[in-house]
Structure formats: structure tokens, C-alpha cells
Ligand binder design. Structure first.
Ligand code: 3HC
Length: 675
């Protein structure tokens, strides 16, 4: 096989080029080629300086993640970076696209760095449960400074080339279209200066910045191992000689690499990319153009959905029944944009551009020329059928018609049109402009190009999309149901809302089932008859405990929305339990896990067997991006594999659950759901 590395002489300068699509990951072949090219340059008297650049869409985007966990292949990256740095001839990195992780570390091994203004530089290893393991934690404090190094290594968020220039991480900016020429000129200039090994540079900044940064971000890093380890390495750089700092970094990196968190997070990295692939649909299928989107309903959901498209520069026509509701909805969209602008996430002119692309209307007829219409009205089958019947008559042929329903049957909705092939579900998660997940529900008759178009569109509006089949609650909400049912039963048996929620928060979820109920509204789906009290939830609603919005739900809330346990709620629970003849007992945290989390795995196994999800990793993606399942636990199916499916089955059997056949099979064969 030919090497991804090639070289070309330009006068005194040797240009080394990597061409390893798609992202120039630093796999073994790239490392071997780079190592040989640098050694050859050093040995060649005619070469006075070196430029390292990449072909394709990006500079090296990091180590090759697929190699992690496999036996190491020489030359390993830290040694290669050292070889580059040790070159007696100056080496210049020419950066475009994204210089990430090992890619940035390779650039840090170079003596000088030039980048196009659009380039991004970062150390995203923490997002894989790792830390920069090829000297990033030691060389960044010597180039970008301690404070920026701490931020980059612990958050993984990349910085732009201009900020990198201000920090001293990059030496100069190239023209956007003249990187190679500008890098050559730079290399010729630095021949006189000679090499400038990063390891020999002094540390920049004050070590106190690390502790301050850790404290300010403690909440964000809760549960994650990697950020603290990355900060410890940056701190080590401030007090240890370079080689000792490197040894410390290596020790920390290795510990993380073989830990459960990194395995989980690497699983999710690939799961997210896999989710975009639709089984049985040609990946090159022609997509339908989506240049204009219609949204029906200007409530919280419709408004949030619209914002996704407006932000991506796609015009939206939004329809409501009454002027007042329309005005309110449009006002809310503007308010949300302005709040983002105030936080610096948008420029004021971007807010105006987004608002100018929004057409509010009371007339369905204005949807006629939309390429995609998303219905986000009241969750009621008759209402939805009426809306789709109307759309069928009005909207141009070939347009895609989508429902944002969270539970209802897409096939039944599609049957109310004469074009079921153009119909599917687009289930957004609230707040729809923030949450990354989109469940794309494939109806029995949904055309392959319709599905492929919406999956591609999801990427454009920066969502992580997962294909789901038609079943009650699709993937996410269907798995939520057994958790809710068991949580209510546990209350009757003696657990408290606070205890159950704490178990979930300690597990790493952003909130527990009762906190979630209070946030979403205890009254969702309530029959609204205060006299009809059949369960605890009815009783809470009857006394106005509708959740945070009424200041009380499963918890009492103060004026800052801080929750505290409620005596009234406990009395209601006790009353129900007594009427049901239950004797209260102490419930262990372990039982809560077995009865609220294990049944989710069981439901996931049913979903898989019924082919309502394409693959187990899709289920994990749903729970990570839609419900805040801790990414360092890899999603429910990966977590079950790690716990051991036999342990999950034993736990479920202890509490009398019916075991899904697929889960049983995994338990008996010691098999896994995920790769
Ligand atoms: N290793 C192996 N494969 C990678 C990869 C990597 N570092 N980065 C991306 N890929 C693969 C993806 O899996 C995907 O494969 P597929 O087409 O088969 O699904 C393909 O490349 C394209 O990736 P994206 O779909 O993500 O392309 P985008 O253009 O949307 O994004 C990117 C490009 C921003 C570079 C993004 O791919 C990314 O963030 N990659 C990961 C970067 C990273 O984490 N680097 C650090 C690695 S760890 C490290 O370097 C350790 C060192 O410190 C020792």
C-alpha cells in the first residue's frame, strides 16, 4: 500500500504532506511516513527547513481513535513528536481545518506554527475520557500559557486561529487560500533563526489559574475523571522538568485509556457517527432539496423547532390559529435569540437576519411552497389527522410532511394523507433549540429518500439524529415509561421522591424522575378533573401541585426554584399506600437502581428485537443526547454490557420482571449489545 506521506523539495525547504482521508488521523502508516520523512530531511544536507502540511479538509485531527485498546504500533506518537522537535533544522506546521489532539501535539512538536484564520486548534481528548497524551499538557503551558492550557485540556473546546495567535500558540496567520506558499516563505525566514524546541521554552502565566479554573468549573466536571487528571498534568508542567512532566502525563493518560469512562466515551463517539447511517438505504441516494420549512404551532415546541432552521439560514413560515398566540410565539423566539446574543453566542445582526427569515402567518395556505412542514400542535390523534389532511390538500407535491409527536402512531397520521411515502416523524426534545437529539420516525410507508433527506438535514441543523420505528413513545419515551411506573411503585413501598432522585443524580443523570416531572409539568397528560383521583399524580394535580410552574409539585420550591421535600406530598403518598394496604419498608439505593434502571435495559432489548432501533448504540445515543444519561457511562445498553447482562437479569428476576428474550439470550451467552 502506498504511504499517505509524500515529500517535495522547494529550494531549501522540504514540504512533507499527509494525505489520509477523511481527517488525517495519525494512524500507524501516517506516523511511520512522517518519522521517515523527518529523519530523511535531517540527513539531507540540501534541506535547511521543513514544512509539515496536510491535504484534504483538515490538518491532523488527532490520534487514530480506532487504534486505542489495540497493541501499540511503533513509532508511537509521543516519540514521533519528540523526533520532530529534536530536528536541528526548523520545522513549521502549516495548519488548516482542525488541529486536534495528537494533531495539535504534532504541531507543538514543530518549532513554528502558521495557520489560516479559519483554522481551529484544540485538545478534545477529554471528550473521549482522555487527556492529551503526546505532550499537549506540557507544551501548551509553554506556548498558549497556563490559563489557556488548563481551559483547552480540561474542556476540550477548540480555539480559533486568531485567539491562538494572540496567545502565542500560533506564530502567524496565513492567507486563507495561500497556506502552503505562506508557510514556505515563513520556513525560509526561520532558517536563520534555527529550531525553537517547545520543551525549552519557559512556562507562561501563573499556576494559581489552574485551581481557580477547576473551582469555577466544578459543576461541569462532576462525575468525569479526565478533566481533573488533565489539570493535574498542566499543574505538573508548572513545577517539574519537562521529561518528568511527560512521564506524569503518560501515567495519567494510560490510566484513563484503560478505564471504563474512556471506553464509554469512545463508544459514544463512534455511536453518534453510526447513528447517521440508515440500514438498507443507499448512502448516495438523491436527497430532496429543503430550502424552506413550515412549522405549525408557535408554542414553546414550534418556536424552538423553528429556531433550529433559522439559525442554519433556512427560512421558516410559522402558522398559528390566533394572532395573539402567533405574536406571543414570535416574541418568544426573538427573546431567546436576544438572550443568546447577550451571552455573546450571536451577533446582533445574526439575530435580525434570523428574525427576517421568519414569516409568521395565520393561513395554512402560506405553507404551499414549503419543502418540509413540521407539525407541532396539541398531542391528539384527531387533531393531527385533521392537520395532515389539510396539509395534503395544500402543500406542493414532493414536500416532506413531518409530525413532532412524542408518542402517536405515524402510520395512522400518514394514512390521513394521500402521500404516506412523504410522511415521517421528527421528534424534537424540549427545549428544541437546545437539545441535540432528534428521533426520526420511519413509518411503514416512508420513502427512503424522505428518510435520508431528513437525516442529512438534521446534521445541517446540528442535531444528532437517530432512526426509530413506529411504537408507543418510540425509543426514548418508551424506555422512560417503565422507569416512571417503577418510581411511583417505589414511593408507595416506602422510598421518597428525594431518595429516588438522588440515586439518579448520583448515577450521573442531570435530574431524577420526580425532578423531571416537576420541570416538565406534573399535569402533562392529566385528565383535568380534580374530583377524579385515581393515583398520586391525580392527587397532586388536584391540589395545584403541577410542578415548578405552580411553585410546587413533588417538591416545594422557593422563589429561586430551589426544591425541598414536601410534607403535603408525603401525606398524599402515605394515604395512597395505606389505602392500598401497603406496609412501608426501607428501600435500598441498590433496589432503586435495579427497579428503575434495569427495566430500561429490558425495554431497550425489546425495542432492538422489534427492530424499532437500528442498533443498540442508537439507543445509547438517544439517552445521552435526549435525556442527559451520563456520557461517561456510555448509554443504557453499553452500561448493561459493562455491568454484565447476567447481573441485570438476576436483578430484574429478583423483583418479578418479565425478561425480554434478547436480554435473556445475552445473559446466558455472556454476550453484549454493543461492540
Ligand atoms: N480517529 C479515527 N477516526 C476518526 C477520527 C480519529 N481521530 N476523527 C474522525 N474520524 C472518522 C469518523 O469516525 C468518521 O468516520 P465515518 O465516516 O466512518 O463515520 C470520519 O472520520 C469523519 O468524521 P466526522 O463525521 O466527525 O467529520 P466532521 O467533518 O463532522 O468532523 C472532526 C471532523 C472535527 C475532525 C471530528 O471528526 C472530530 O472531532 N474528530 C475527533 C478528534 C479528536 O477527538 N481527536 C483527538 C483524538 S485522541 C488523541 O489525539 C490522543 C493523543 O493525545 C495521544
Amino acid at each position: 500500500m502506498s504511504s499517505p506521506i509524500s515529500t517535495e523539495r522547494h529550494g531549501d525547504v522540504l514540504v512533507i504532506t499527509s494525505d489520509n482521508p477523511p481527517v488525517n488521523a495519525l494512524g500507524a502508516a501516517v506516523r511511520t511516513g512522517l518519522d521517515a520523512a523527518i529523519r530523511a530531511a535531517v540527513a539531507d544536507d540540501a534541506v535547511k527547513a521543513v514544512v509539515i502540511r496536510c491535504e484534504g479538509r483538515t490538518f491532523f485531527a488527532g490520534a487514530d481513535i480506532t487504534e486505542f485498546g489495540k497493541p501499540p504500533v511503533d513509532p508511537w506518537l509521543p516519540a514521533l513528536v519528540d523526533t520532530i522537535e529534536a530536528s536541528p533544522k526548523p520545522v513549521v506546521a502549516a495548519i488548516h481545518g482542525t488541529a486536534l489532539g495528537g494533531g495539535l501535539e504534532t504541531a507543538l512538536g514543530c518549532h513554528y506554527r502558521i495557520a489560516v484564520p479559519s483554522a481551529k486548534l484544540g485538545t478534545p481528548e477529554v471528550k473521549l475520557g482522555l487527556l492529551p497524551g503526546a505532550g499537549g499538557t506540557q507544551r501548551l503551558p509553554r506556548t498558549a500559557g497556563i490559563e489557556a492550557a488548563a481551559e483547552m485540556c480540561a474542556t476540550g473546546t477548540p480555539i480559533g486561529a486568531r485567539r491562538a495567535l494572540d496567545l502565542g500558540l500560533v506564530d502567524r496567520l496565513a492567507g486563507e487560500d495561500s497556506l502552503t506558499a505562506d508557510a514556505l516563505a515563513f520556513a525560509n525566514e526561520v532558517i536563520a533563526q534555527g529550531p525553537r524546541p517547545t520543551r525549552a521554552l519557559p512556562i507562561k502565566g501563573a499556576p494559581a489559574a489552574i485551581k481557580a479554573f477547576a473551582e469555577a468549573n466544578a459543576k461541569k466536571f462532576r462525575g468525569f475523571d479526565a478533566p481533573a487528571a488533565a489539570l493535574a498534568c498542566v499543574e505538573a508542567a508548572t513545577r517539574l522538568p519537562f521529561d518528568e512532566g511527560m512521564a506524569f502525563e503518560r501515567e495519567q493518560f494510560t490510566k484513563l485509556l484503560f478505564g471504563a469512562q474512556s471506553a464509554a466515551m469512545r463508544h459514544i463517539f463512534f455511536a453518534e457517527r453510526q447513528a447517521a447511517k440508515i440500514d438498507g438505504v443507499d448512502k448516495d441516494i438523491a436527497l430532496r432539496p429543503i430550502n424552506k420549512v413550515g412549522v405549525i404551532g408557535a408554542g414553546t415546541m414550534g418556536g424552538g423547532i423553528s429556531m433550529n432552521f433559522l439559525t442554519a439560514g433556512i427560512p421558516v413560515t410559522i402558522v398559528e390559529m390566533k394572532q395573539e398566540a402567533l405574536d406571543h410565539g414570535v416574541g418568544l423566539i426573538r427573546k431567546n435569540y436576544e438572550a443568546s446574543a447577550a451571552k455573546g453566542r450571536f451577533m446582533p445582526e445574526q439575530v435580525e437576519a434570523a428574525m427576517a427569515a421568519l414569516t409568521p402567518t395565520l393561513s395554512f395556505d402560506d405553507l404551499a411552497d414549503c419543502d418540509l412542514v413540521i407539525e407541532a400542535v396539541y398531542e391528539n390523534m384527531d387533531v393531527k389527522k385533521e392537520v395532515f389532511g389539510k396539509l395534503d390538500r395544500i402543500v406542493k407535491p414532493g414536500a416532506i410532511l413531518a409530525s413532532n409527536t412524542s408518542y402517536l402512531n405515524i402510520d395512522e397520521i400518514a394514512a390521513s394523507t394521500g402521500r404516506a411515502g412523504d410522511v415521517l416523524g421528527m421528534h424534537f426534545f424540549s427545549p428544541a433549540n437546545v437539545m441535540k437529539l432528534l428521533e426520526v420516525v420511519r413509518g411503514a410507508k416512508t420513502a427512503p429518500d424522505v428518510l435520508a433527506t431528513v437525516m442529512a438535514l438534521a446534521k445541517k441543523i446540528k442535531k444528532v439524529a437517530v432512526v426509530a420505528g413506529v411504537c408507543h413513545g418510540f425509543i426514548g419515551n418508551r424506555m422512560l415509561m417503565p422507569r416512571q411506573v417503577e418510581s411511583m411503585k417505589l414511593l408507595m413501598e416506602g422510598a421518597t421522591p428525594a431518595q429516588i432522585d438522588k440515586v439518579h443524580v448520583d448515577f450521573g443523570m442531570p435530574m431524577g424522575p420526580f425532578q423531571m416531572s416537576d420541570l416538565a409539568g406534573v399535569d402533562i397528560g392529566w385528565h383535568r378533573d380534580p374530583a377524579r383521583i385515581e393515583n398520586i399524580r391525580d392527587a397532586l394535580c388536584a391540589v395545584g401541585r403541577w410542578g415548578q410552574k405552580t411553585g410546587k409539585g413533588f417538591y416545594d420550591y422557593d422563589d429561586k426554584r430551589r426544591p425541598s421535600p414536601s410534607a403535603e406530598v408525603q401525606a398524599i403518598i402515605d394515604d395512597f399506600a395505606a389505602k392500598a394496604g401497603m406496609t412501608k419498608r426501607a428501600i435500598s439505593d441498590e433496589e432503586i437502581v435495579e427497579r428503575t434502571l434495569y427495566p430500561m435495559v429490558n425495554e431497550g432489548a425489546l425495542i432492538l428485537a422489534e427492530k424499532m432501533a437500528q442498533r443498540a448504540s442508537d439507543i445509547d445515543v438517544v439517552w445521552i443526547y435526549g435525556y442527559g444519561w451520563p456520557v461517561y457511562r456510555g448509554g443504557p445498553m453499553f452500561w448493561a454490557d459493562l455491568e454484565g447482562n447476567d447481573k441485570i437479569v438476576a436483578g430484574l428476576e429478583k423483583h418479578g420482571f418479565t425478561i425480554a428474550p434478547l436480554l435473556k439470550e445475552k445473559a446466558e451467552t455472556k454476550g453484549r449489545f454493543t461492540a
